[in-house]
Ligand binder design. Structure first.
Ligand code: GLC
Length: 460
C-alpha cells in the first residue's frame, strides 16, 4: 500500500512524572513566589486550557492526574517552554511524536510499501525517529529514506527552524499527589502534553511534499491526515486558522479530484478552541472518508452539539455509538472510529460493507496498539501480534461490547458484535490492556493507523 501522511510530526520528550516529585515542586514554588499559591489554586478550579505561566502548566498537569484524563495544552510563552525544558529534559526520553509522525511509522513498520510524510521541521534529529522500513522523504525532486537524507541534509539551523519538542508527562494509576492538604490518588494512567510548536501550530505544508503528492497521487492507495487540533485562534504570524484549514481542504480535494477512490482518514486530536474544532469537523466531514478520535475528543464535540458528554467520558459504549452516529448524521460524515482504552467502535453509513473486514481490522489495530504499549517499540506485524496474543482483552471492553449489542436494533451474526442501528453499520471490539505501559502517548494513533492499513489490504 502507498500512503501519504500529513501534517504534524514532532519529537516527543516523554517524562514519567511522579506524584511525590510533583508535590515537592509545587511546595517549592509556593515558597519561592508568594503569589504562586493563589494563582495556582484559581487555575485548578478554572483551568485556562493553555500555558502562559508556571501555575498554568502545573494546573493542567495536576487536573489531568486528578481526573485520570488526557489533554494537550499549547505553550504560549517561550520562557515557560524554556523552564519546562530546563526542568524536565534530563529525565526524559525522546521518540517520534505528532499524530502523523507516529501513524507514518506504524504504517511503515506494519508493512505498507511506501509511506510519504509531510515534515514541518526536517532536521537530522527529527529524521532519526522515522521508521527505516518504508518511509520516504521527497527532497529536491527525489525520494530518500531517512538515513540517506540524514547524511546529505545540511546542519539544522535551530535559530531559523526550531526542533519541535513536545513534553509528554506520563502518569501512573495509583500514584499519590499531596498539595497542601488536598491529597488525591491518580485514578487511571494517562498523559498531559505541553506543546510549544510554532510550525505545526500553522499546519505547515512542506513544499516538497506538496509537489510529490500532486505528481504521484494516482499511485496512492490512501492518505492519513492530522494536526488540525494544533491550529491557534491568533497565530504568531497573524494568519487565521480558517485560511490554513481551507488550504489543507483544497489539497485534499485536489487529490480526490485526480484519484476519486483515494481513501482519506483524519485523526482528530485534542483542540484547544471550540470554534476551530467545530469548523474542522464540519468542513472535513464533507471531504474525507472517515474521522478517528478518542472519547475525550468525542465528548468535546458532542458537548458542542448539545449531546451530554458525561456518559461518553465514562466510556459508556451506547452513548459513544449514539453520539458518533448523531455527529455523522449532522455533518454528512460517513464513518467514524472511536478508540477508547477499553474498546473500539466503528459507525459507518456503508451498511452493506462486510462487517467481518472491519472487525478483523479493529482486532488487528487493538493488538498492535497493546503490543506497542507494553514494549514501547514498533516491529513487524507478526512479532507485534505474537506479543499481543499474551495481553488480555479488556474485561470492561467486553462488557461494554455486550451492552452495545443489546442496544443495536438489527443485530447481525458476526464474530464480535455488529449490526445496523439508526441506519448505520455499528461494530465494536474490546481492546487489550497492558497493565504497565511504557507510555500511553500515541496509542490512539497506533490503533487508527493499523486499522486503516488492514482495511486497505482486506478491501484491495
Ligand atoms: C499530539 C501531540 C504529540 C503527540 C501526539 C500523540 O499530536 O502534539 O506530541 O505525540 O499527539 O497522539
Amino acid at each position: 500500500m502507498n500512503i501519504l501522511c500529513a501534517y504534524n510530526a514532532n519529537i516527543d520528550s516523554i517524562y514519567h512524572i511522579d506524584g511525590s516529585e510533583l508535590s515537592q515542586m509545587v511546595g517549592e514554588l509556593e515558597v519561592e513566589n508568594p503569589v504562586f499559591a493563589d494563582e495556582f489554586n484559581k487555575k485548578i478550579i478554572s483551568p485556562p486550557g493553555s500555558i502562559s505561566s508556571k501555575p498554568d502548566f502545573l494546573a493542567g498537569l495536576i487536573t489531568c492526574m486528578r481526573d485520570g484524563s488526557g489533554a494537550e495544552w499549547m505553550i504560549k510563552d517561550s520562557s515557560v517552554f524554556e523552564w519546562i525544558k530546563k526542568t524536565f529534559i534530563d529525565g526524559s526520553f525522546m521518540r517520534m511524536g505528532g499524530n502523523m509522525g507516529i501513524m507514518s511509522n506504524v504504517l511503515s513498520e506494519l508493512g505498507a510499501s511506501r509511506v510519504v510524510p509531510n515534515v514541518a521541521s526536517l532536521s537530522k534529529l527529527q529524521l532519526s525517529f522515522f521508521s527505516g522500513k518504508a518511509v520516504y522523504h521527497p527532497f529536491e525532486g527525489k525520494l530518500y529514506k531517512s538515513s540517506e537524507l540524514e547524511t546529505i541534509l545540511p546542519e539544522h539551523d535551530t535559530n531559523n527552524k526550531p526542533e519541535l519538542i513536545h513534553f509528554v508527562f506520563d502518569f501512573r494509576k495509583g500514584d499519590k499527589v499531596s498539595l497542601s492538604g488536598k491529597d488525591f490518588t491518580v485514578p487511571r494512567e494517562n498523559r498531559f502534553i505541553a506543546t510549544y510548536d510554532p510550525l505545526n501550530f500553522e499546519l505547515h505544508m512542506d513544499a516538497e511534499f506538496r509537489k510529490y503528492s500532486e505528481a504521484h497521487i494516482a499511485d496512492m492507495d490512501g492518505a492519513i491526515i492530522s494536526g488540525y487540533h494544533m491550529l491557534q485562534e491568533n497565530s504568531e504570524t497573524g494568519s487565521d486558522y480558517k485560511s490554513k484549514l481551507d488550504a489543507s481542504l483544497m489539497q485534499l480535494k485536489s487529490w480526490k479530484n485526480i484519484r476519486k477512490d483515494l481513501h482519506i482518514h483524519v485523526e482528530f486530536g485534542h483542540f484547544s478552541s471550540d470554534d476551530i474544532a467545530l469548523y474542522a469537523f464540519s468542513s472535513l466531514s464533507k471531504i474525507v472518508d472517515r474521522i478517528g478520535m478518542n472519547e475525550d475528543e468525542l465528548a468535546m464535540l458532542a458537548g458542542l452539539n448539545g449531546i451530554d458528554p458525561n456518559p461518553i467520558l465514562e466510556m459508556d459504549s451506547v452513548a459513544i455509538a449514539d453520539a458518533a452516529i448523531s455527529l455523522c448524521n449532522n455533518s454528512g460524515l460517513c464513518r467514524m472510529i472511536v478508540h477508547t482504552r477499553e474498546f473500539v467502535v466503528s459507525v459507518s453509513c456503508m451498511k452493506n460493507d462486510d462487517p467481518e473486514i472491519i472487525i478483523e481490522a479493529m482486532k488487528f489495530g487493538a493488538g498492535c496498539a497493546a503490543a506497542f504499549a507494553c514494549s514501547g517499540k514498533l516491529t513487524d506485524r507478526n512479532k507485534l501480534l505474537e506479543i499481543a496474543s499474551k495481553i488480555p482483552e479488556s474485561e470492561s471492553g467486553k462488557k461494554e461490547s455486550e451492552r452495545l449489542a443489546q442496544h443495536i436494533e438489527d443485530k447481525l451474526n458476526c464474530s464480535t458484535v455488529c449490526g445496523i442501528h439508526d441506519s448505520y453499520q455499528v461494530t465494536v471490539v474490546p481492546t487489550r490492556i497492558c497493565d504497565e505501559p511504557v507510555s500511553t502517548v500515541g496509542l490512539g494513533d497506533t490503533i487508527s493507523a493499523a486499522i486503516f492499513l488492514r482495511e486497505l489490504e482486506l478491501n484491495s
